[in-house]
Every structure is written in structure tokens, then in C-alpha cells.
Ligand binder design. Structure first.
Ligand code: SF4
Length: 321
């Protein structure tokens, strides 16, 4: 059974003059114990909104429908997020400075997590927090814990956030662009730490990123999102070697390579207020053909876990041309 199972998730916000903003449009996603699943796509594709919905952290104006089942519990129906958020599911955000409270020491922020979720005494919570900071290789953890967030570098702050997220030994860690604001060497260190955490804590990790390099370094499985939908999913190696959806192909071709000019994807992602009919990628797709601007393509299985939603897959003559 999947640790987390999302079925038909839709998230809508009220827009201007009675319009609706469709930010997540029928996402199906499963995460299994011990795997790293990477959700990738351009800004505004719905990656973070899907994760925020799974954490029950969406704005109160958001209208959410669908099923989000965690360890068998439907969180949307039961609204039981308080029992899992921070303890069973933890999240690390992109900007560690804004995720940490600048007015409180790291000790105060970390011990509070254990006192609230685990009922620890302040002393036990402090010992446990220092252990986790050591695990994240924060130098001189017993002294560092008494500092304020601004006294740490960006990479060290991200390690502190990771340590804080791991305090309650969650089953699932969601890392939302957790390395995006870091320089390349620090990014590599954080990715290495995430790998170690997955193995040492036997947890699942859901990475949200627009960086295919991060997916290649860490992911077991990848889900490619566009306009609030998953358009392709499968084992990372298989999707990277044989991308089936033109959007995945375009993302891979847009990756910077030595001695090659950049190949950007033409056009812009659609606004959630005006998602194109049919396949939402059709205005930008170099392979667009007859049914694409009218009919939404259904997800088709290519092999095992590898699936994609593109009309080319059900039109072999177009696919071959
Ligand atoms: Fe392109 Fe059509 Fe496939 Fe959409 S369904 S990605 S427009 S070929």
C-alpha cells in the first residue's frame, strides 16, 4: 500500500470578477515507503500547491476536492492534518531564513517541536535537538543551538531546517525547492544529506524542484507537472532515457549543457485563469496535431510504472512521423 496516495486532487482559488483560478487540475500521485519521488515542472505548474494541499497548509480561500490518503487516512475528508503535520509528514521550504523565526534561538524553535508533538521535557528536547544538529553536521552543535538564524550561512540554515524537520522522525519529508537558493557546492552537500537521511531514517522523500539535475541526483521516480496536471511519470532513468511527452522532452532539452546553446521552451506556461482547452501544452507543443486543441489526452501506460498523457501515444502514425 502507498504511504501517501493522492487521487483526483483539484485546487481552485477565487479570481477577479467571479473567475476561478485552477491551480491543480486532477492530480493522481502515489508515494511509497522509502522512495524519493521528484515532482518537476516550471513555476506555476502546481507542484507546491499539490504539496501544500497534502500538508493541509493551503490558504483558507482554496477550494480542495479529491482524496489525499496518508497511511490509509483520507486527510481531506477527516481534516486530521494536526495529527500528521510536523510529526508524520514534515516539510522543508526553499528559503530557510523566512521559514525560521528570526527572533527566537534555534534551541527555542527546535525544542518547541518536540515539546508540542512528543510531549518531551525541555531538557530531553534540547538533547535530542543537539543530536539532530550533529547528524546534520552543524559544527559545535551544543553551542550553535543557542544562536539566532541570522548567525548562520544559507547552507547552515537549510541544515538546521532539515534537522528540525527530522526531529519527530517523520515517515514522509517534503522538500520544496530545498536547494534552489544555495550555491552549487552547498547544494551538493544538502543533496548528500538528504540521501543519508532517506537511508538512516528509512523515510520517503517528496522533492519539488524545477531542476532536473536534482531529480537525477536524488530521485527514484519522477512526476512531470504542467498546468496543474501530471503529464508523465515513471522511474527517473527510464523517463530521462525515453521521455514520451513533448513537454518532458522539451524540459530535458532545455537543460544547460557544456558547449551547447540553451534551447528554451517557446512560449509561457498558461495562467490558471485561462488554461487552454484540450491538451494545455498545445499552444507550445512542436508536435501539436488535430485532436490536441480539443480533447484532453488520457494517461497511458508505456511500460510498468512509466505513464504519459499525450495524444501521440494513441496515434502511432503521428508518433512515427
Ligand atoms: Fe503535444 Fe498534442 Fe501531446 Fe499535447 S497531446 S503534448 S499538444 S502532441
Amino acid at each position: 500500500m502507498a504511504l501517501l496516495s493522492i487521487e483526483g486532487l483539484r485546487v481552485t482559488y477565487p479570481g477577479m470578477q467571479g473567475s476561478l483560478l485552477h491551480v491543480v487540475n486532477g492530480v493522481d500521485l502515489e508515494l511509497y515507503a522509502g522512495e524519493v519521488c521528484a515532482v518537476v515542472g516550471e513555476s506555476g505548474s502546481g507542484k507546491s500547491q499539490t504539496a501544500m494541499a497534502a500538508m493541509g497548509l493551503l490558504d483558507e480561500q482554496a477550494q480542495v476536492s479529491g482524496v489525499i490518503r496518508f497511511q490509509g487516512n483520507d486527510l481531506v475528508a477527516s481534516k486530521a492534518w494536526h495529527g500528521v503535520r510536523g510529526s508524520r509528514i514534515a516539510m522543508v521550504f526553499q528559503d530557510p531564513m523566512s521559514a525560521l523565526n528570526p527572533y527566537l534561538t534555534i534551541e527555542r524553535q527546535m525544542t518547541e517541536v518536540l515539546m508540542v508533538h512528543k510531549g518531551c521535557s525541555r531538557l530531553d528536547a534540547r538533547d535530542r535537538a543537539i543530536k539532530e544538529l550533529n547528524h546534520m553536521r552543524i559544527p559545535d552543535a551544543a553551542r550553535s543551538i543557542m544562536r539566532y538564524p541570522h548567525e548562520f550561512s544559507g547552507g547552515m540554515r537549510q541544515r538546521v531546517l532539515l534537522a528540525m524537520a527530522l526531529l519527530c522522525e517523520p515517515d514522509l519529508l517534503i522538500a520544496d525547492e530545498a536547494t534552489a537558493a544555495l550555491d552549487v557546492t552547498v547544494q551538493a552537500q544538502i543533496l548528500q544529506l538528504l540521501k543519508e537521511v532517506r537511508d538512516s531514517h528509512h523515510m520517503s522523500i517528496w522533492i519539488i524542484t524545477h531542476d532536473l539535475g536534482v531529480v537525477a541526483a536524488l530521485g527514484d521516480r519522477v512526476a512531470v507537472m504542467y498546468a496543474g496536471r501530471i503529464v508523465e511519470t515513471g522511474p527517473v532513468q527510464e523517463v530521462f532515457d525515453q521521455p514520451a511527452h513533448p513537454y518532458t522532452q522539451a524540459l530535458l532539452e532545455a537543460m544547460p549543457r557544456d558547449d551547447q546553446p540553451l534551447r528554451p521552451i517557446r512560449g509561457q506556461p498558461p495562467s490558471p485563469a485561462a488554461i487552454p482547452p484540450g491538451c494545455p501544452f498545445h499552444p507550445r507543443c512542436p508536435r501539436c496535431f488535430d485532436p490536441c486543441d480539443k480533447e484532453m489526452p488520457r494517461g497511458m501506460s508505456l511500460s510498468g510504472e512509466h505513464k504519459a498523457a499525450c495524444h501521440l501515444l494513441s496515434h502511432p502514425q503521428e508518433l512515427a512521423s
